[in-house]
Design a protein around this ligand. Structure first.
Ligand code: B12
Length: 224
């Protein structure tokens, strides 16, 4: 199976470097037909490929922003297609509400994280784009969520007064801080690993897989 993962990763990477959506989807479908588990498609092919692409842009501009954009769209699409085909569905371990911060319309990363969380049997309510701090908290309380996930792709939406800082304040005022944890993610946090503390989040995560791991821990903390 390792050879199939390697061969699929190569074909998938070549296709997205050519921004060829059809070929990328075919490479993935071929792998599934050959017996690769949909879980492996997401966690061993799609996510590592997109992470390499993101690193390549930020470190040496080896990939263009257009490639980055198309890759992200394809990755989000493949992840969403694969989730219903996952075989081992265990009991749901908790509930997360997720959205992009107010003023932020970058939704691809959030879609991928949402897909990964569902795959890891975490129930997710996606509040969409441009979500106000009040809406995050109201939705979390209504849905009995243990975690609020805030995606911010721009520095001002991550650090500004209508993002995580305000969500924290509303939670504090409502006395809900210990019951509802906050996780943040997106480009600004990838560049500054201490930024999550400055915006008063409980944690941050670099990608969808890490998000699942960190959120599982936060759910345990919120329910203990
Ligand atoms: C695609 C893109 C767009 C698209 C968005 C399309 C869409 N539907 O999402 C469009 C063209 C619309 C766009 C618009 C703009 N953009 Co833009 N965009 C990007 C670009 C190239 C890629 C973002 C992306 O999709 N990445 C791919 C995904 C998969 O990665 P990701 O989002 O980082 O998500 C991963 C992790 O961060 C993490 N994660 C993400 N969210 C969360 C949430 C949680 C809770 C957790 C735990 C983890 C997590 O997991 C994800 C999966 O691995 C970035 C450049 C970059 N290097 O990021 C610029 C970028 C974010 N954009 C930028 C700017 C300036 C803009 C505009 C203001 C441009 C303009 N002048 O109009 C507008 C703003 C619109 C708005 N108000 O939101 C700047 C921000 C600069 C800054 N320092 O603040 C960037 C960094 C480009 C740059 N270098 O200048 N953009």
């Amino acid at each position: 199976m390792n050879e199939l993962v390697t061969a699929t990763t190569r074909k998938f990477t070549e296709a997205i470097l050519d921004t060829d959506r059809e070929r990328a989807l075919q490479a993935v479908q071929y792998a599934v037909d050959q017996g690769l588990m949909p879980e492996d498609v997401v966690f061993r092919v799609v996510i590592p490929t997109i992470d390499r692409m993101v690193r390549s842009i930020s470190e040496n501009f080896g990939a263009s922003l257009a490639q980055h954009f198309i890759t992200s769209q394809i990755a989000a699409e493949v992840t969403e297609q694969m989730i219903p085909k996952f075989k081992q569905r265990k009991n749901v371990i908790g509930h997360v509400v997720i959205g992009t911060s107010q003023g932020d319309f970058h939704g691809l990363g959030k879609r991928i994280v949402t897909g990964c969380l569902k795959a890891m049997t975490i129930d997710v309510t996606d509040l969409g784009l441009n979500v106000s701090p009040q809406r995050f908290v109201e939705a979390a309380i209504e849905g009995k969520a243990q975690v609020i996930g805030i995606s911010s792709m721009m520095i001002h939406t991550a650090r500004g007064e209508t993002g995580c800082l305000r969500v924290r304040k509303i939670l504090q005022d409502a006395g809900m801080e210990h019951k509802i944890k906050i996780i943040v993610g997106g480009a600004p946090y990838r560049y500054d690993h201490e930024l999550y503390k400055m915006v008063k989040a409980d944690a941050w995560a670099d990608n969808g897989i890490e998000a699942g791991e960190v959120i599982s821990k936060l759910i345990r903390e919120a329910t203990s």
